[in-house]
Design a protein around this ligand. Structure first.
Ligand SMILES: *Cc1c(COP(=O)(O)O)cnc(C)c1O
Length: 453
């Protein structure tokens, strides 16, 4: 057995015949039992990443005298078991819809450890969150302050705990961040006042929250992007949020107790890529916020972060069976081998949606055939139905081969669709040599059950 390393989960290895194993389970046996395509989730890997993020941030922030909570961003992938695992590892759960909230609650995550996001929450979602006693509702617009206050009044309970989501102008993803004053996006409230406006939209919403007896303003929230591989964007955004907090305190006497720095911690998708190291980013961000708060002369708030992809992405792979293999001659004379698998854009939309790159390997056998330039495609009626744009695969890749695509745990199943009336694959957890179905495969009967004829 030899371990594979990134971008595969820590439990991935190959046996003497070249077959891929995850957590002691041979993917040939897994495919025989559960079919393909299937999402395979390495439980120990996921739990270890959850623990690593919590411990890294707790240690780094304790060193500057601040507390920190880690919320798992459930939109990356949420099921009852995953919510239980991350909660058992000391994380809380962020949800962004009533559906995600329902999963977290079904898992038994206590309401006070759940957050509710969303730029367009329904009244029903807000009411349900309040009834569940969620720890925080992240308010995303000025009217929402009043809507949450009204719902809290109607519920007759305590004031609703809220954070106000702001846009700092910092956008990060990859190694660079950019900074703009005015943001052209639907999320959050800008820190920049428009011409002729006394206050920024962010400050206006914060003042409204302070003034309302029916909401309890916990703090300020900022989320700057995704697949971030460097701490600098977080540091710049955090400094802006801390400055806003100090300004609010100066104007109202209310120093809000919490600041959330959002998610977006980057992972390795391809061999040779290096994930953001939680210990390093925690140390860098902690040092930076300590310096910023010191300069402002304000005590540090309690912090929170919201990693999603970094917890579940590397823990997952997708197992496919190869069907049609078709060599296609390119204009430059090269040949590209199109390798079609039994899934595609319905189980992984990210290549089509973002041009995202993935890595694939033959999973069920070893091959000594000369590698060829390949493109892994799906079975959908769409030429953009690409799973892996470019990868070298053994030249004898053929129908019936198992193919594994690495690091599909985040935003794979959670963004899956039924395009072309394809049933969505199951999520099969592996641990200690055994498998457990977390989400079963959809069937044609499931699809037809919705059709009223
Ligand atoms: C998407 C999102 C996250 C998680 O992002 P990852 O890239 O999966 O870490 C966290 N917080 C908010 C507000 C988000 O929208």
């Amino acid at each position: 057995m030899s371990a594979l390393g990134e971008p595969w989960s820590t439990g991935a290895s190959r046996d003497g015949e070249g077959s891929l194993h995850v957590a002691g389970v041979d993917v040939r046996a897994l495919a025989a039992e559960h079919g393909t395509p299937a999402y395979v989730l390495d439980e120990a890997d996921l739990r270890e990443r959850a623990r690593a993020y919590r411990q890294a941030f707790e240690a780094a922030f304790a060193a500057i005298g601040a507390g920190v909570d880690v919320y798992y961003a459930g939109k990356a992938f949420l099921s009852v078991a995953v919510a239980r695992w991350v909660h058992a590892e000391g994380l809380r759960v962020d949800t962004s819809t009533g559906g995600e909230l329902a999963v977290a609650l079904r898992a038994g995550v206590p309401g006070e450890h759940v957050g509710l996001h969303g730029n367009n929450k329904s009244d029903a979602e807000i009411a349900r969150a309040l009834a569940a006693g969620v720890g925080r509702i992240i308010v995303d617009s000025l009217p929402e302050v009043e809507r949450v206050a009204t719902a809290a009044r109607a519920a007759g309970g305590a004031p609703a705990p809220v954070m106000v989501r702001v846009t700092t102008g910092v956008h990060a993803g990859g190694h660079e961040f950019i900074s703009t004053a005015h943001e052209d996006q639907k999320f959050g409230l800008s820190l920049a006042a428009g011409e002729g406006e006394a206050d920024s939209p962010a400050m206006t919403a914060l003042l409204a929250a302070v003034a309302s007896p029916d909401v309890e303003l916990l703090g300020i929230h900022s989320h700057i992007g995704s697949q971030i591989l460097d701490a600098s964007g977080f540091e710049v955004a955090a400094a802006k949020v801390l400055a806003l907090r100090a300004e609010l305190a100066e104007r109202t006497g209310v120093l809000v107790p919490e600041v959330d720095l959002g998610g977006g911690y980057g992972i390795a998708y391809l061999p040779g890529e290096v994930a953001l190291d939680p210990e390093r980013v925690a140390r860098d961000v902690a040092a930076s916020v300590a310096a910023a708060a010191h300069e402002l002369g304000t005590p540090l708030p309690r912090f929170s972060i919201e990693p999603g992809r970094a917890i579940v992405g590397p823990a997952g792979l997708t197992l496919y069976t190869v069907g049609t293999v078709k060599p296609v001659r390119l204009d430059d004379g090269r040949v590209r081998t199109y390798v079609a698998v039994d899934g595609g854009m319905s189980d992984n939309i990210r290549p089509a949606l973002y041009g995202a790159d993935y890595h694939a390997e033959l999973a069920g056998r070893r091959s000594t055939a000369e590698p060829v330039l390949a493109r892994v495609v799906g079975k959908h009626c769409e030429s953009g139905d690409i799973v892996v744009h470019e990868v070298m695969l053994p030249g004898d890749v053929r129908a019936g081969d198992l193919l594994a695509v690495a690091a599909t745990g985040a935003y794979g199943r959670s963004m899956a669709s039924n395009y072309n009336m394809v049933p969505r694959p199951p999520v099969v957890a592996v641990a200690d040599g055994g498998t457990r179905v977390l989400v079963r495969r959809e069937t044609e009967d499931d699809l037809l059950a919705l059709d009223q004829g």
